[in-house]
Ligand binder design. Structure first.
Ligand code: ZN
Ligand code: ZN
Length: 563
């Protein structure tokens, strides 16, 4: 990295929503902004969490000056417990993020992390970077844009933000600071693209409070409200409107309790009615309680899924009770959530979602808000991140329409030079995704997941073959299938498979039959033919070959013949 260049490298979050990891480079030093994770979809069966591959920066960790966390959402800081041991750099963030991070690090038993707590607006330096975190509203307290000042130009890394005129918890977006930063001159703005496809504005937490107040005031019986535990304003709303409707509130779910604790530790949720413990709440009349539950995305181990399945130790629902999903459906979670809705509805429980009532607002800026931010910041270069390709593409066009001189398209692993000269991609660095598998981090592209997907979609056939020293078949082959074909389905199918296998092995010449790999290929072809598998059916056909030499055979005969 030459001395006089300002570089930007996204290793996660450019081309996807989730697992954000951004790097800025200057004078041989790197600054990392955010280190998030994502949750696995059906392409990674058996996997829960997905992390950005940090190899590029882990290999030069001695030149990583630090990590700045914009806020405490999983997609921005959730990978810290997993990847920090490879980076071992100091961390900067504000108080609430630090309180949530401390609980995470303690859970993971990670010690020795140097965490610097800074105030919003305060200037601090990380290596060659002059930094300040400017407060923005979002769906969690203390979200920030990062203002970077460098001799080669200033950068605003927006993080996740919106312009909520009444966020309920925490201050308004620091528009004066943003405007002032814009007046200093901003070279590049690296910006949130989540809602760029949505016109207008994203709405306010206060509007959700009004709507929930009216709604909950009319509901009979028990009410369960589920939302992201980190949305402290929404939790506060639930506590207030329940109280006004004459209901006590109890929280269920570990992450709900932890977020409430972290919020209280730094001074949020101070003016809310006291929470009831689970047991006391379960003894209240049905119309005197509101349960605040984790699991708004249908997570199988979260409180709501257990409540819906009738397996929660204290919360029981009956026909006539209501569950409010005060949250959005994250793309990819539809099926899981609809199954959860269905299981509740089929038990006579009312389900209310954002599709049938105003119970949620997004934490990300819609187009009018993004336009406002461009007017304040007036960057030379727009760099859209935090979006899938369709979001980034639209954001690039939007920035151009607003008259931003340069709009730079980046994807994970691009090494972009922001200055000097026009911004451009000058190189690519290693990038990828890691997954946690049995406490080990392995590549998401690993063979094990290809095999698992194939097993899931096509099943498997196991063949056991015992051959003598000349390649002759010593015993009838053993065949079992799991999810690939039912051998008892058609009369004679098992016999047909065995005959095809025997014929295929016997048809091999003397050399081929002594070569395990060639035997396997012949057996696989024979199995496919006998089962009449369509071309697109690809079960894993596993062939185990045991070869018994003369000595082994004689030994076996000695043991089986009476002396
Ligand atoms: Zn995010
Ligand atoms: Zn966020």
């Amino acid at each position: 990295m030459p001395d006089g260049e300002l570089l930007f490298v996204p290793l996660g979050g450019a081309g996807e929503i989730g697992l954000n990891l951004n790097l800025y480079g200057l004078r041989e030093q790197w600054l990392m902004v955010d280190l998030g994770l994502s949750f696995a979809d059906e392409t990674l069966p058996g996997v829960e969490i997905v992390l950005p591959d940090p190899t590029f920066i882990a290999e030069r960790s001695e030149r990583l000056s630090g990590l700045v966390l914009t806020h405490a959402h999983e997609d921005h800081f959730g990978a810290v417990p997993y990847l920090w041991p490879r980076l071992r750099c100091p961390i900067w963030c504000t108080r609430f993020t630090a309180a949530v991070l401390a609980r995470k690090l303690e859970d993971a038993d990670i010690k020795g992390v140097e965490v610097h707590v800074v105030e919003p607006g305060e200037r601090f330096t990380v290596g060659p970077f002059d930094c300040s975190l400017l407060h923005v509203t979002h769906s969690i307290p203390e979200s920030h844009a990062l203002a970077l000042r460098t001799p080669l130009g200033n950068v605003l890394h927006t993080g996740d933000w919106k312009l909520d005129p009444a966020p309920l918890v925490g201050p308004l977006t620091a528009t004066d600071d943003l405007e002032a930063f814009g007046r200093e001159g901003v070279l590049a703005m690296v910006a949130d693209s989540t809602n760029i496809l949505n016109p207008g504005t994203s709405g306010s937490e206060a509007e959700v409070r009004d709507s929930l107040r009216k709604l909950i005031g009319t509901l009979p019986n028990r009410v369960v409200l589920t939302t992201f535990a980190s949305n402290i304003a929404r939790l506060e709303t639930a506590m207030h409107v329940a109280n006004e409707a004459g209901r006590m509130v109890a929280a269920v779910g570990r992450s709900m309790h932890r977020m409430i604790d972290a919020a209280r530790e730094v001074g949020y949720l101070e003016d809310v009615p006291p929470l009831l413990d689970e047991r006391a709440a379960s003894e209240l009349p049905r119309d005197k309680v509101l349960w605040l539950a984790t699991g708004c995305q249908g997570e199988p181990r979260a409180a709501l899924a257990r409540i819906a399945a009738g397996q929660h130790p204290t919360v029981r629902l009956e026909p006539g009770d209501t569950v409010i999903f005060s949250s959005k459906i994250i793309p990819g979670n539809e099926r899981t959530l609809y199954n959860l809705h269905n299981s509740l509805i089929s038990r006579g429980i009312e389900v209310i979602t954002e599709r049938d009532h105003f119970v949620h607002v997004s934490g990300h800026p819609c187009r009018d808000e993004v336009e406002q931010m461009y007017h304040w910041i007036r960057p030379e270069i727009a760099i859209p991140v935090h979006g899938e390709a369709r979001h980034l593409h639209e954001h690039l066009a939007f920035a151009r329409r607003l008259g931003v001189p340069q709009a730079l398209e980046v994807k994970n692993g691009d090494l972009a030079r922001l200055a000097p000269g026009p911004a451009m991609i000058i190189d690519e660095v290693p990038t990828g995704r890691l997954v946690l598998e049995n406490d080990q981090l392995i590549a998401a592209e690993d063979e094990v997941f290809r095999a698992r997907r194939r097993l899931m979609n096509h099943g498997t056939v196991l063949v056991g073959l015992v051959l003598d020293q000349y390649g002759g078949i010593l015993a009838s082959p053993q065949v079992s299938t799991f999810g690939a074909a039912d051998l008892e389905r058609a009369p004679g199918l098992r016999d047909a498979v065995l005959h095809e296998i025997e014929d295929a092995v016997e048809a091999l010449d003397d050399d081929a039959v002594m070569d395990d790999e060639r035997v396997r290929i012949a057996v696989r072809t024979a199995v496919r033919r006998a089962l009449r598998l369509a071309r697109d059916r690809r079960p894993i056909i596993e062939v185990q070959i045991t070869r018994l030499g003369r000595e082994a055979l004689e030994h076996l005969l000695d043991e089986t013949e009476p002396a």
